[in-house]
Ligand binder design. Sequence first.
Ligand SMILES: Nc1ncnc2c1ncn2[C@@H]1O[C@H](COP(=O)(O)OP(=O)(O)OP(=O)(O)O)[C@@H](O)[C@H]1O
Ligand SMILES: [Mg+2]
Length: 230
Amino acid sequence: MQAISIRNIIKDFRAGDENLRVLHGISTAIDAGELTMLVGPSGCGKTTLLSIITGILTPTSGEVDVLGERITAMRGRAKVEFRRRMLGFIFQQYHLLPALTAAENAAVTLLAAGESFTCAMDKSRALLAHLGLEAHSEKLPRQLSGGQQQRVAIARALVHAPRVIVCDEPTAALDAQAGLQVMQMLREAALQPDRAVLVVTHDSRIYSYADRIITMNDGAIISDERTAHA
Ligand SMILES: Nc1ncnc2c1ncn2[C@@H]1O[C@H](COP(=O)(O)OP(=O)(O)OP(=O)(O)O)[C@@H](O)[C@H]1O
Ligand SMILES: [Mg+2]
């Protein structure tokens, strides 16, 4: 099943009087049931493409469908609702709320969707335990290591069981061991047939977790390969 369909995406940024073309007509599709990595050198347009897929940025031209819905045509509240229900985000910076405990941070997605506090906290604590953070769920972010904070951010992204999970450099701030743990989690999530996981990275240590690797350079896709274990 196609989770994300990307057709002819062009993105220009204005730089003073000039137009900077950052994406030169990208077309591809991301399938459910697998983990796709998007790799390429710094500045090639990975985050820009991810931002368009998730509706944070509007493309200059082209279309993106997420789970059959045209996200590039959505506006306002409808877009916010769609993103909240269907998408999970994991960023390089964890963006945890400093005054909330780990369990409260991970529950935020559910609370925003209107779930009761007790129910949201139960689900959040269960997921944190699954991520090896049982002993840390009542701590504040500043009492946690970088890898632990990133796992809380992952719990927050997964707790509402989104169909599409999008990650921008999820392991960049982590040591090797924590990075591999994070990828293990994302692989588990991706193996469900109705889930798609898209990971932007230039961390070659984690390439072996991909089913498919799409390589970009200078705003275009230059290769698209399935990996051996896929
Ligand atoms: N808001 C903006 N205005 C102008 N130019 C931008 C803007 N955002 C990104 N760019 C430019 O677009 C290009 C692609 O940026 P992007 O952040 O997508 O790269 P990236 O592949 O994610 O790089 P990295 O691996 O360093 O995160 C860069 O040349 C960047 O300077
Ligand atoms: Mg980037």
